[in-house]
Design a binder for this molecule. Structure first.
Ligand code: ADP
Length: 531
């Protein structure tokens, strides 16, 4: 999940979860509150709703004896003298006592009935008519000191004397309960808030801070040169992506360093190979020169032979130096390539005629088979490709061990491989591609086969490596540096082709390489210029 999504969820949890849990806990607290109200004041869910308990607690107080007050009021309206019936009053008072309340009846300014003497004594105030404005025939007031709600109604008895009744409700049990409920609700809300915050912090820590820490440690390790520890992250968010990119960077960095170390080792290997290959002819030159100086070559014939050998060895050195300088140019990519379209058939016919005389003198016949369209053009650097062909043919002639040598050059078409479909396409309104897909590239395959000694199975995979010479060749008198085929491979790769070899011991070797055909598009880009 993306970090944006996580933050949105965190926001929702942070707001909705505490609200939901708070509502639930409020409901639980209020239902306990209701039980308490029912227990002490006989208030049931029918006469008080949950919302009332929360929104208007004073109303509850008012409602506790509301029905009793109304009933007594009806009695005084229809038959006020009933309030002089002590038995009736005792029944009413008993009913009120169940609600932490009691009844007081006053007749002509003096107490006629007191439901609770103790309750009356606690009261600091009772709105008797003579103290109060007579025009109000009912009064509701609160006596703070004794925590009582007093409901009063004034009336006249049948003999015209002033009468009053009071219903006094002690709410002292209600207030601490109410305070306790508020306290419980605040505590519950704080616990919920704290729990939500802790869960969210842990969640965000796990999904953001921990992967960042892994990344920090990995960066430190990379800084200290340790590129072996993979940076693993299982999350698919931005940080997971960052870890993945970082790991790829680590792998590439490691690869580069390993390549650079390998290249250093290669350079050392090359220097040692060059010095070894140069040492052999130089030692020979030294030996033969000493032979002449010391007079070992004491006849003109011997001297001529010695000088011829010195000349041959010097030629070997020149050859080696030429190969080396060419190889370094090719490897450094400092060889300028000039790719031009040439007619495949004409080009190979020319190349073969260049070498056929020399081959004939070595008793090697050449066969040329071209099954491609004679008009086929290839995009090549003519000079470099000539170097490739000559090198392979030279090797075939050089290592030839049969009295009648034979070289076959066969050119065939390569089945075009359809190009990989693009990752995405831009399509015009008419459904055609905005950027037309480039047609598949077409290649021709050149095969040069000889009937020479063949190459050992174990040597075959290495023949394109620089300075590699099969043991058989190294131990033979054949001049060589082991660089030729590595140059050939570099040149073919630069042409966009591939090169490989097959061989059967004592039966011969086949070298294959591919060349890119000139397409219509190449033709347009080059402006249709042919050599
Ligand atoms: P070299 O200068 O030794 O010829 P190359 O790079 O041209 O170096 O060839 C590498 C090795 O491949 C040779 O030393 C030889 O052992 C082997 N090789 C190349 N071409 C042939 C061939 N036509 N027949 C037999 N062996 C060959």
């Amino acid at each position: 999940m993306k970090i944006r999504g996580r933050l949105m969820i965190a926001f929702l949890i942070m707001t909705l979860f505490p609200i939901a849990i708070t509502l639930l806990s409020t409901q639980i607290i209020l239902s306990r509150q209701r039980e308490m109200l029912n227990h002490y004041y006989n208030i049931t869910s029918e006469n008080t709703s949950t919302i009332d308990i929360l929104a208007n607690p004073f109303n509850i107080l008012h409602n506790i004896t509301f029905e009793d007050y109304r009933r007594l009021k009806k009695v005084v309206d229809s038959n006020p003298d009933k309030l002089l019936d002590k038995k009736f009053l005792a029944t009413e008072n008993a009913r009120l006592q169940k609600k932490e309340s009691f009844l007081i009846v006053v007749e002509n300014g003096s107490y006629f009935y007191i439901g609770s003497q103790k309750g009356l004594e606690k009261l600091s105030y009772l709105p008797l008519t003579n103290e109060y404005n007579q025009k109000y025939d009912y009064v509701t007031c609160i006596d703070h000191k004794s925590s009582c709600l007093i409901k009063e109604a004034s009336f006249f008895f049948s003999n015209k004397t002033q009468g009053q009744f009071f219903i006094v409700t002690n709410y002292s049990k209600l207030v601490p309960r109410w305070t306790a409920s508020i306290r419980e609700m605040v505590i519950a809300f704080l616990i919920i808030l704290l729990t939500t915050a802790i869960i969210l912090v842990l969640w965000i820590y796990e999904s953001i801070v921990r992967p960042i820490n892994i990344l920090r440690i990995a960066t430190m390790q990379i800084g200290q040169g340790n590129l072996d520890t993979p940076i693993s992250s299982t999350s698919s968010d931005e940080i997971g992506q960052l870890c993945h990119d970082f790991d790829e960077m680590r792998i590439r960095l490691k690869d580069m360093i390993e390549k650079s170390i390998a290249s250093d080792e290669n350079t050392r290997e090359i220097i040692s190979s060059i010095s070894h290959d140069l040492k052999t002819p130089v030692t020979a030159i030294k030996g033969y020169t000493e032979g002449i100086i010391d007079g070992v070559a004491d006849t003109p014939e011997k001297q001529k032979k010695y000088l011829q050998t010195i000349y041959a060895k010097a030629n070997d050195i020149t050859y080696l130096i030429d190969e080396l300088s060419l190889f370094s140019k090719v490897e450094r990519n400092s060889l300028a390539y000039n790719f031009i379209p040439v007619n495949l058939n004409d080009y190979f016919t020319d190349c073969i005629s260049d070498v056929s005389l020399d081959l004939e003198s070595k008793n090697i016949s050449v066969e040329y088979i071209n099954t491609t369209d004679k008009a086929t053009n290839v995009l090549v650097d003519t000079e470099q490709l000539k170097r490739v062909i000559h090198n392979i043919i030279d090797n075939a002639a050089k290592y030839m061990d049969k009295p009648k040598g034979h070289i076959t050059i066969r050119i065939t078409d390569v089945e075009p491989v359809p190009a990989e479909p693009p990752l995405y396409r831009q399509i015009k309104d008419d459904g055609t591609d905005l950027i037309p897909q480039s047609p598949p590239e077409e290649f021709v395959q050149v095969e040069i086969t000889d009937n020479g000694p063949g190459i050992d199975e174990k040597d075959l995979p290495h023949i394109f490596e620089r300075f590699f010479r099969a043991d058989a060749s190294r131990n033979s008198s054949k001049r060589g540096s082991g660089i030729g085929l590595s140059i050939v491979k570099l040149i073919i790769t630069e042409h966009g082709g591939e090169i490989w070899a097959e061989s059967e011991k004592d039966a011969g070797s086949s070298f294959y390489f591919t060349l890119r055909k000139e397409t219509l598009q190449d033709n347009k880009e080059i402006g249709g210029s042919y050599e």
